[in-house]
Design a protein around this ligand. Structure first.
Ligand code: COI
Length: 362
């Protein structure tokens, strides 16, 4: 739901004296290593509500060390990508989905409702200002990280009365260092989230909770953790992406039972496949079923989906010492990667009007 915005023509702009040097063409951008000159900010307090929408230099901000987010993790974030469009314009992929999810995450974390229309407009202005930072290489984009953190300096455990919204921009390449299919460890001790918890919100704590098992998995040579549910039985997600499995003629993904992030790329893949008449299924999928399905040659593809990860093929899954090996790609993986990136870059027909292009063409 949008609340009326009082800012439309009243956005503050603070100029930066010296602009940063942009990464040279051909630089391996990696993920989230470079940041643009400006960011979008907005503040909240009880007296003024959300106010002071501003484009300001992206520089370190002062934080009171008693700020609620630093102690109790009250904060949410999103991930979006911007692409260059014809005539100096800019394109976003389904931004309304991200804002709506952010609103839901805010509700779960007791953060006041955000004025989506003001943020949308502020972000568009920021992206037009920073357009020259959009990288040109294949597989690159300008990643957008909007976030809201609790800034009230008070140690009582309750919802903060003050917040900072910010959106920072980062020219990125691939999320994963290597181009090879990822090697997953199905985690049967730690859990990322439980039904009734915050797993379906994009909140800070979910990611902090995932680090320990991820570090152990990486020490053992795995790329990522494949999270199971609280009973260590059903597959949930990968933390940085949702997970899909495919037989020769059906594509399935875990149902959104409450502990899984409702990914926008996940939703888009299901919609694309359904439009093509491919049989899709959202249901509980046990890890036993996955391991047996791969070993028996029935499950022939697995891939992760996410804004950062786009469509990432899975090459291996290990569970309780047994490894199941996949081809690391396949017809559904290739189709979805081609369609999603094609729509994002404007090179394939956008039959669902997912690509939002803005700015004046010159
Ligand atoms: C995204 O895909 O945008 C994410 O936020 C996942 C990860 C980078 C934290």
């Amino acid at each position: 739901m949008c609340i009326p915005s009082p800012w439309r023509n009243d956005m503050r702009f603070e100029r930066r004296e010296i602009l940063k040097e942009k990464p040279a063409a051909g630089t391996q951008l990696g993920f989230g290593r470079y940041f643009t000159d400006y960011m979008l900010t907005m503040r909240y307090d009880r007296a003024r509500g959300w106010h002071d929408l501003a484009i300001v230099p992206n520089e370190p901000v002062g934080f009171d060390l008693a700020s609620a987010v630093l102690h109790y993790g009250q904060g949410v974030f999103e991930g979006m990508k911007a692409f260059a469009a014809d005539g100096g314009r800019v394109a976003l992929f389904r931004p309304e989905e991200n804002w709506a999810r952010m609103q839901r995450s805010c509700a779960r974390l007791c953060i006041p409702e955000i004025p989506i229309d003001a943020l949308e407009e502020g972000l568009e202005q920021l992206l037009l200002l920073e357009r020259d930072w959009i990288p040109a290489g294949e597989g690159t984009a300008l990643y957008i990280r909007p976030a809201i953190v609790a800034t009230r300096a008070e140690l009582g455990v309750h919802a903060s009365s003050e917040y900072l919204f910010f959106a920072i921009l980062s020219p990125v390449g691939s999320y994963f260092e290597d181009a090879r299919p990822v090697n997953l460890l199905a985690e049967d001790t730690c859990v990322r989230a439980v039904v009734g918890g915050t797993g379906e919100a994009k909140c800070l704590g979910n990611y902090a909770a995932s680090l320990y098992a991820a570090a152990l998995a990486q020490q053992k040579g795995f790329d990522q953790v494949l999270w199971l549910d609280a009973d260590h039985r059903y597959v949930e997600e990968v933390g940085s992406m949702n997970i899909f499995f495919a037989t020769k003629d059906e594509v399935m993904t875990p149902a959104l039972v409450g502990s899984i992030l409702p990914g926008i790329t996940r939703k888009s893949c299901l919609e694309l496949l359904r439009a093509e008449g491919v049989k899709t299924c959202e249901r509980r999928i046990s890890i036993e079923e996955v391991m047996e399905g791969i070993s028996a040659g029935e499950i022939v593809e697995a891939f992760g989906t996410g804004t950062a990860a786009v469509i990432t093929p899975v090459g291996r899954i290990t569970y309780r010492g047994k490894e199941a090996v996949l081809a690391g790609g396949g017809k559904f993986t290739e189709y979805l990667l081609g369609e999603i990136t094609g729509i994002q870059h404007g090179t394939r027909p956008d039959r669902f009007s997912w690509r939002k292009v803005f700015g004046t063409a010159h």
